[in-house]
Ligand binder design. Structure first.
Ligand code: DO4
Ligand code: MG
Length: 281
């Protein structure tokens, strides 16, 4: 099932998507409220949404698919992310590779719903960054026990020049207004199929010019979802409705550093397409 949020009768509500522009509203429930109820009742979203959705189909524009309680990121989960950073950053040899290969994953806090945007909304370029890059990532929607409610497309927008200046600046390179885009919908695990075999593409356009194109497949993800979630929850009980970005397998070039007005489009055919313009924040 594909679930997200729409505007229906003037209110933002959860909805079951029939296709990209048609959905059945779930009256009186935001996605967060739906997830919180599923979490408390120990049920999955597919059965709960089926029970609560209205039967009429509306023509819709997908909004941010949840106002996430928290957004977290996992890093160096693809070999290309760690080798790029080791080559670029002049850090101790194998600094990032040690994390790709290590027993413990890299995890960092992106923020709350304050920093999250949905389809079509502006992603941020920090005013003190000269090289802000999109990081196209699969994201997972989790419950309080670490159960996986759904998957979506996401962008871990990152100020790479600030991280490169010193790895201790990572929080500033990762957290700012519009630093996490998610959407257009969540696909429930029963519908998604093999989460470790999803093609993902990313394109950056400036006007009618394409400044970057890249692709990956989640088969290159070096860790299992349950492993990353397990580490996130260690002594850190995140609330139901938390979104975890699982790391990038696509590395953009310096020439395609984001400029205001650029549009970043990330697609996973089984989920959908997430497109966002960039703006200085
Ligand atoms: O260590 C830096 C961040 C890595 C990251 O965000 C990623 O690999 O996706
Ligand atoms: Mg990332």
């Amino acid at each position: 099932m594909k679930l997200g949020q729409i505007k229906s009768n003037g209110a933002i509500v959860a909805a079951i998507f029939e296709d990209e522009t048609h959905a059945r509203p779930i009256p009186d429930y935001t996605m967060l409220a739906l997830v919180q109820r599923a979490d408390v009742e120990g049920t999955d979203l597919t059965s709960l949404a089926t029970r609560l959705a209205s039967s009429h189909v509306e023509e819709v524009t997908p909004l941010i698919p949840i106002s996430p309680r928290e957004v977290w990121g996992a890093g160096c989960t693809y070999e290309i992310s760690s080798s790029f950073r080791d080559a670029e950053h002049g850090t101790r040899e194998g600094f990032y590779r040690a994390v790709f290969e290590g027993g413990r994953p890299e995890l960092f806090f992106k923020g709350t719903s304050r920093i999250a945007v949905g389809p079509g909304q502006p992603i941020g370029i920090r005013e003190d960054s000269k090289f802000t890059a999109p990081e196209p990532e699969l994201a997972v929607l989790i419950g309080s026990k670490g159960q996986i409610f759904g998957y979506t497309v996401s962008n871990d927008v990152s100020a790479w020049d600030i991280e490169k200046e010193n790895p201790l600046y990572l929080p500033q390179s990762k957290t700012f207004t519009g630093c996490a885009a998610i959407g257009p919908v969540f696909v429930t695990p029963d519908e998604l199929g093999d989460v470790y075999n999803l093609d993902m593409t990313c394109r950056i356009t400036r006007g009618d010019q394409v400044t970057f194109e890249g692709s990956t497949n989640t088969s290159k993800l070096g860790r299992k979802m349950e492993e990353i979630i397990g580490f996130l929850l260690r002594s850190n009980p995140v609330p139901a409705g938390t979104v975890l970005q699982t790391g990038t397998g696509i590395i953009v070039t310096q020439e395609s550093a984001l400029a205001p007005g650029d549009v970043v489009t990330i697609s996973v055919p089984q989920i959908g397409t997430l497109s966002n313009p960039a703006a200085i924040v």
